[in-house]
Design a protein around this ligand. Structure first.
Ligand code: T4K
Length: 402
């Protein structure tokens, strides 16, 4: 461990870790079983088009989400677009800006207009009262995002959606395994969308799914994701190709089988971060409490530059020099990205403040408990000496003599 900030790699010291440690290392599960499932698919010759492994994955995801229907797809971005198309959404979609850019892009791609709403300062999820103020005759839907796998305030949002006769959907890309008041995420609103990207709590290389209890909507989603074909194979309307492959489903099945272990490991890492990071002014580990359960796939800290004397971006750089590759999820807010910044300039003070301060730390399978302790201690050193680290980083490099 380093004795003083002079030893930070940012100032020329040796990196803390001997190997790069990243956020989002895949949760793989039982590799031998994955290889066996893949062999089954190869032997059968059925590699895609809603084959047996995709069907099995859909059955298990629906079970985990506590819903009747699941349509697996090649990623969550397309799953969001397919859902909006299948549900016949038109006009404006109210959503948070503090999300991955996939959320607005999936709507804008269909010609819908994202309307960004500010968020709760504690959770970073949609603020229901502000949502209601944005509803106009042009509003076609409300799209909540379970940021960092935290369930949105689904009861309040549902009540507003019902009162205005609007459909409510959730981007649950990050949130498989989380629970809203004891109920699995997946059954909230009219439908929800999961991601099974390599970085998610359940990984299918790339993958996504629409889950719902609405049978007619599920049928339409299934048609739209498969060229508009109905159950008999007849093309009944416009569709796309968003199908999941058997290889992706094989990975998804084994990763899903490891979900409880992945969550338990995440919780352990989070507890370790909590113990090690307590008491540093301006540094706060985001806690997942209240009536909901979280899959802990994201270990988020907030760094308040006014208290700590150091900005999140410099902390990111200093950590990277130590071989610790944290991520600024999600910065900047989507409303500050194109085309939204030009098409619909808005000011979202809570979102902007959060986006300026948050940092996701490595957790899960890609990091050991011991590395979590080391990362925490170096983070304490950087933030605890924030003003000095900032001052030193601004000093011009010493002139070299030849
Ligand atoms: N809605 C929300 C709220 C989302 O968070 C996302 C995706 C979506 C919708 C859309 O879901 P998909 O269409 O992707 O299914 C990553 C992921 O690409 C993205 O899926 C995810 N959210 C987002 C939060 O993170 P980037 O641009 O940060 O990816 P990248 O390549 O910089 O990698 C991030 C970290 O993961 C790095 O530390 C390296 C590590 N990594 C990445 C990959 C691809 C691995 O360890 N192994 C890998 O295979 O977006």
């Amino acid at each position: 461990m380093k004795d003083s900030i002079e030893d930070l790699a940012l100032f020329g010291g040796r990196p803390l870790l001997s190997r790069p440690v990243v956020v989002g290392r895949p949760n793989v599960g039982d590799r031998a079983r994955f290889h066996r499932l893949l062999d089954e698919a190869l032997d059968s010759g059925r590699l895609t088009h809603c084959g047996p492994l995709v069907r099995e994955f859909e059955r298990r995801v629906a079970e985990a989400a506590g819903v009747r229907h699941c349509v697996a797809m090649c990623n969550a971005t397309l799953a969001l677009s397919v859902l909006a198309r299948a549900a016949g959404i038109a006009g404006e979609v109210i959503m948070p800006s503090l999300t991955y850019v996939a959320t607005p892009h999936a709507m804008r791609f269909l010609g819908l207009r994202p309307v960004f709403c500010d968020v709760d300062p504690e959770t970073g999820c949609l603020d229901p009262a502000r949502v209601e103020r944005l509803i106009t005759p042009r509003t076609g839907a409300i799209l909540g995002v379970h940021l960092w796998a935290q369930p949105c305030d689904a009861d309040a949002l549902q009540e507003i959606a019902d009162r205005h006769g609007l459909p409510l959907f959730f981007d649950a890309a990050q949130a498989l395994g989380s629970r809203h008041r004891g109920r699995p995420v997946g059954g909230l609103g009219r439908a929800e969308v999961f991601s099974f990207h390599a970085t998610k709590v359940v990984n299918a290389f790339e993958g996504g799914a629409v889950v719902t209890d609405d049978e007619r909507l599920a049928e339409r989603v299934r048609a739209v994701h498969n060229f508009g074909k109905d159950a008999t194979g007849l093309v009944g309307g416009v569709g796309t190709n968003a199908k999941m492959t058997e290889g992706a489903a094989a990975m998804g099945i084994v990763s899903l089988e490891a979900l409880d272990d992945s969550i338990a490991r995440n919780v352990r890492r989070h507890d370790r971060y909590a113990a090690e990071l307590a008491g540093v002014p301006g540094l706060r580990l985001h806690r997942y409490g209240g009536p909901h359960a979280n899959n802990h796939q994201y270990a988020i800290v907030r760094i308040d530059p006014e208290v700590a004397g150091v900005h999140r971006d410099l902390v990111l750089t200093a950590l990277a020099a130590e071989n610790v590759f944290a991520q600024p999820y999600f910065s900047p807010g989507c409303h500050q990205l194109e085309p939204y910044a030009t098409e619909n300039p808005v000011s979202l003070p809570v979102t902007e403040r959060l986006a300026d301060q948050v940092l996701a730390l490595p957790t899960g399978q890609g990091v050991t408990d011991d590395e979590v302790v080391q990362i925490s201690r170096i983070l304490r050193m950087i933030v605890g000496n924030g003003a000095e680290v900032t001052r030193r980083s601004l000093r011009p490099a010493a002139a070299t003599t030849s």
